[in-house]
Design a protein around this ligand. Structure first.
Ligand SMILES: Cc1cc2nc3c(=O)[nH]c(=O)nc-3n(C[C@H](O)[C@H](O)[C@H](O)COP(=O)(O)O)c2cc1C
Length: 369
């Protein structure tokens, strides 16, 4: 029976345990320029005991940014900043992938180059609120539908971001295809009403994600690329008329590409971790989709140490990603190994600010002292 502390071959890597640090946006990069720096390096290095760290979502271009303070991977300064992070993690024996991000319509003109409207597959306004550049919560704006030439330019931005991630010393990249951001907006028919080669059929809607994956594998090799997906996720006003057909197709296509892993979020964690409620009615996407992908399957969303062990034992996943518990437990893997209690997290310090609620959560050794 597979255990959380069995090692795992993850593409080109062998990771020492199956406890993954989920990607977590914390909006604490140095300003101006959205540059990672020493404080971020300390935070990630504290969590180097994870089998794999997946970085917070990181914009591939200025247009890809959706919230204030999120880091980028498009400037030379950001590459230097990320080097400090990757070296700190690797010096503690850890491994870190960069999550590649373009938010599409989940942005605000105050964050966009020249104050332009956010871009999307189709000019459909998501319901709900977003942040402006100065941290005000406002309604979403109506995005502008991307022209074909602009889609090509976005693919070039992904290429450059992959190259820069390599220069910055990451161990690999995760393509963010989840949670209602640009690639997910293309995948799902609630947000994609295009009538060109990027819209309509499932094959067409999956095209952009797969083109991005092909660029990433060209630069990194297939064993260093993962993809995150969120079937049935409703965060950021997402919906699809036939999620089983759509995501089965996507997973089969990813399977053919033999990438390092897929990382699928369970919809029971409401609001993509933005709320505390657990939706017990939500389908188990690990059970539904793990059969469509023969490689490594990481499952995330609402796991406790106990339910993580159970998911591995029944064979629905190869590894489990923890989000919120990794915010408040830098030594989560050690705590789970020892059956030690977990420190509760404080939602008020999730986004923005300084070391409070970021690098000051206690280690087991300190808690016992
Ligand atoms: C503060 C916060 C930030 C998040 N940022 C990201 C992100 O940058 N990229 C992403 O794919 N998911 C993000 N998520 C979703 C988490 O990775 C994870 O899927 C979710 O929290 C459910 O897992 P959990 O129940 O273990 O927290 C975030 C969630 C939270 C709570």
């Amino acid at each position: 029976m597979t255990d959380l502390f069995d090692s795992l071959k993850l593409g080109d890597l062998v990771i020492p345990n199956r406890i993954i640090m989920a990607p977590l946006t914390r909006m604490r990069s140095r300003q101006p320029g959205n540059v990672p720096y020493a404080l971020n390096a300390e935070y990630y290095a504290q969590r180097a005991g994870a089998g794999l760290i997946i970085s917070e979502a990181t914009q591939i271009s200025p247009q890809g940014q959706g919230y204030p303070g999120t880091p980028g991977i498009h400037s030379a300064e950001q590459v230097e900043g990320w080097k400090v992070v990757t070296q700190a993690v690797q010096a503690r024996g850890g491994r870190i992938f960069l999550q590649l991000w373009h938010v599409g319509r989940i942005s605000h003109s105050s964050l966009q180059p020249d104050g332009q409207r956010p871009v999307a597959p189709s000019a459909l306004t998501p319901s709900g609120k977003t942040f402006t550049a100065d941290w005000q919560q406002v309604d979403f704006e109506t995005p502008r539908a991307l022209e074909a030439a602009e889609i090509k330019a976005i693919l070039t931005d992904y290429r450059h971001a992959c190259e820069k991630a390599k220069l910055a010393g990451f161990d690999g990249v995760e393509v963010h295809g989840a949670n209602g951001y640009l690639l997910d907006q293309f995948l799902q028919d609630g947000s994609n009403k295009r009538d060109d080669i990027y819209g309509g059929s499932i094959e067409n809607r999956a095209r952009l994600l797969l083109e991005v994956v092909d660029i990433a594998t060209e630069i990194w090799g297939k064993g260093r690329v993962g993809v995150r997906l969120s079937p049935y996720g409703t965060f950021n006003d997402m919906s699809d008329s036939d999620p089983v057909a759509l995501f089965t197709h996507v997973l089969q296509q990813l399977d053919r590409r033999q990438i390092a892993y897929v990382h699928v979020i369970e919809p029971r964690a409401t609001g993509a971790g933005g709320g505390e409620a657990i939706n017990a009615e939500a389908p188990s996407t690990a059970a539904l989709f793990c059969g469509s992908f023969s490689g490594t399957f990481i499952s995330a969303g609402g796991y406790t140490p106990e339910s993580a062990k159970a998911a591995l034992a029944v064979g629905n996943a190869d590894a489990i990603a923890f989000g919120r518990y990794y915010i408040s437990n830098p030594d989560l893997a050690e705590r789970i190994a020892k059956g030690a209690p977990l420190t509760p997290y404080h939602r008020a310090t999730f986004y923005g600010g300084d070391e409070k609620g970021y690098t000051d959560y206690p280690f087991l050794s300190e808690a016992a002292a």
